[in-house]
Design a protein around this ligand. Sequence first.
Ligand code: DX5
Ligand code: ZN
Length: 228
Amino acid sequence: MKILTSPSVLACDFLHLADEIRRADASGSDWLHCDVMDGMFVPNMSFGFDTIRAINTVSDLPLDVHMMTCVPQNYLDALKDAGADIVTIHNDIGLTEDELMEVLKNIHARGMKAAISLKPKFPAETVFPFMEELDMVLIMTVEPGFGGQKFMPDMLEKIASVRRRANEMGKEMDIQVDGGINAANAALAAAYGANVFVVGTASFRAPDMKVALDDVKKAAEEAYGKNL
Ligand code: DX5
Ligand code: ZN
């Protein structure tokens, strides 16, 4: 699997958003991770479509939008219009399996990639019914809502279960990890099958963003799949 980094814009200096996005671009980021929080699905608010649109005007990188919101299905046109390339929704938004499947299809119908994210308490099996329709699974390695938290090693086995299931299906699916990621635990997560690394605090707030992202990528590339 190709190893990718997706710096989380949540950790940037918002006073200088355009410069921060250019800095991420110049540091070799593969994607940009945009965290949308509505103050209901998670106990925090972040930014919305106008900010995503603004980010899109200064970067050609794929925008990886993590919807930590109660009704993401109502905003697919707004996401497309703002420039989202990948839309991640959570599984626990009060929809049935069929309804969630429908949302994934609606994301695809708009030409965007579709992903489901699992909070720490949801086991790997929760995403298995959706695998055919998924481009990516996001395994949260912290409770969603805030940057700067500590990586939860308990999530490693979950990553491996999802990767094994994808491999059994012959599916080259991205597995993303998000929360407290740095080079040391990126190596661990990669060993268990993760290939896309959201890096917030450890990228934007590192002394040198390019060095930090290169370190994450190198560590993950060396370790990928070793514990599968
Ligand atoms: C947390 C967000 C993350 C966060 C990651 O709810 O989903 O994307 O910004 O930031 P760090 O890497 O600082 O944990
Ligand atoms: Zn996120």
